[in-house]
Design a protein around this ligand. Structure first.
Ligand code: ATP
Ligand code: MG
Length: 445
């Protein structure tokens, strides 16, 4: 009896033990599976991590390469700009002087041959001047130093001024030039936008033998599309990209009259300006039938116009050299004032003059849409006013550091010091035209 009990007890203990062993085996089993899973996962994670690290490293490497390339490009652009800035300063000045000497030389010629040669040299100098200034513009645009001044530009007055610029050229070529009237207003930089259209219209006229050129504007959603349509020689499809490259000239252009030949830079400038302005340019052309260039820019909605209309200033035709530069002349000596005005007018500057500070302000108050690009001042004005003070007052009123040039017979150090302190360039009388022209160009550069 006792033994049976013992056996039973041992069986129960055994069963309990077995159960525990089995449970623990189970637990170990799942732990083992977990362990195995963990190892596999770990291995996979490590693999992924490795892959990621490698990708990151590759990205870093190509980032570094990109940065180096970018830096090199920026450096190259910068040195190009610096070189051209130096070139423009050191070459354009003697070039200006040479230009003046050549016109004097031309006046001295008594023979037809002499005049012809002088004119030829003059044209060559002009071409050089254009080329340098254009290259400088390109490098400035590339370097991003040109910051567009975005304003509302109504197309009607712009079209009118372009028409008056180009209609003589069209008439000479017996081409019809028409601008379709429009009351669209564009958000853009006035000067850059004008130069874009100027280049496209001049091309349209240059590469058209018969028929004419039509300029018009229309709405496309929130944009204004200005379209220049010509009935010219056309551009072959394989050149639709290349025409924007520097110095690219098409077959029709190369065969043209060398005296009116271009540099192949017009559209290179156009493309950069359009880019800087955030506009778009489109081209459609059929060889032998004609070409359409379209410039797409943001429109100003009619409602926004009145509000901004008051702030709008007039169209300033600005070509190369001093053409169209607005000069405010402060001079109280009538004879000097007259001589200076005619000198400046010969360079196609747009001149206003005043003999005193009060007169200057009165002038600018009556003519609110004329603002000086540069002030040329005598130091001693009427009513005891000083040129330097007047310049400072004008700068303050217009909230802009208008470039200024003090032309004075006063040789004292005091005047020189005052001018320097106000950031005004000094030039001694008597004025040498070449020097004056060069200084104005330099101050406006
Ligand atoms: P410039 O530097 O004086 O403008 P260009 O007119 O030769 O010289 P681009 O204005 O850049 O230079 O034009 C490049 C080329 O594209 C031209 O030489 C010409 O072959 C072609 N081209 C441009 N506009 C037209 C057009 N409206 N019709 C036909 N060909 C054109
Ligand atoms: Mg051109």
């Amino acid at each position: 009896m006792h033994e049976i009990d013992d056996v039973e007890r041992l069986k129960r203990i055994n069963a309990a033990l077995m159960g525990r062993v089995e449970r623990s085996m189970d637990q170990q089993g799942s732990a083992f599976t977990l362990f195995q899973t963990a190892i596999t996962l770990d291995r996979r994670i490590r693999q992924r991590t490795d892959e990621l690290t490698q990708t990151l490293r590759r990205l870093e490497q190509s980032n570094r390469e990109l940065a180096v390339a970018k830096e090199t490009a920026e450096q190259a652009n910068l040195s190009k700009t610096r070189f051209l800035a130096a070139a423009s300063h050191d070459v354009l000045q003697p070039l200006n002087a040479a230009h003046l000497s050549v016109s004097a030389l031309a006046d001295l010629q008594t023979s037809e041959e002499g005049r012809r040669l002088a004119a030829q040299v003059g044209r060559a100098l002009e071409t050089m001047d254009d080329l340098l200034r254009t290259l400088l513009d390109i490098s400035r645009l590339d370097a991003g130093v040109v910051k567009p001044e975005i304003v509302d530009v109504p197309l009607r007055p712009l079209f009118q001024s372009l028409w008056s610029d180009f209609s003589p050229m069209a008439a000479k070529q017996r081409l019809e030039l028409r601008f379709r009237d429009t009351d669209e207003v564009v958000r853009t930089d006035r000067t850059m936008y004008r130069r874009v259209l100027q280049n496209i219209i001049s091309n349209a006229l240059r590469y058209t033998r018969q028929g004419g050129v039509l300029v018009g504007a229309r709405r496309r959603g929130g944009d204004v599309v200005v379209q220049v349509v010509d009935t010219g020689i056309g551009i072959p499809p394989d050149q639709h990209e290349a025409v924007y490259e520097e110095f690219h000239r098409g077959a029709g252009a190369v065969g043209a009259d060398p005296r009116s030949a271009g540099l192949g830079l017009g559209l290179a400038i156009v493309r950069r300006m359009v880019q800087a302005l955030g506009h778009r340019i489109e081209l459609t052309s059929h060889v032998g039938r004609g070409t359409i260039f379209r410039v797409v820019s943001p429109a100003v909605a009619a409602g926004d116009r009145q509000a901004r209309a008051a702030a709008a200033s007039p169209v300033a035709p600005r070509v190369y050299g001093l053409y169209g530069i607005r000069v405010l002349l402060l001079e109280n000596d009538a004879a000097v004032s007259e001589a200076m005005t005619s000198l400046l007018a010969r360079w196609h500057c747009d001149v206003r003059f005043a003999a005193s500070r009060g007169e200057a302000f009165a002038r600018l108050a009556t003519e609110t849409d004329w603002r000086p690009d540069i002030i040329v001042a005598d130091q001693h004005l009427d009513h005891g006013d000083l040129g330097t003070r007047t310049v400072e007052a004008l700068r303050e009123t217009f909230g802009r550091r208008i470039p200024a040039l003090l032309v004075t017979a006063d040789a004292s150090d005091a005047v020189a010091a005052t001018a320097r302190a106000s950031g005004i360039e000094l030039m001694r009388k008597p004025v040498k035209p070449a020097e004056l022209r060069a200084l104005i160009a330099h101050l406006l550069a």
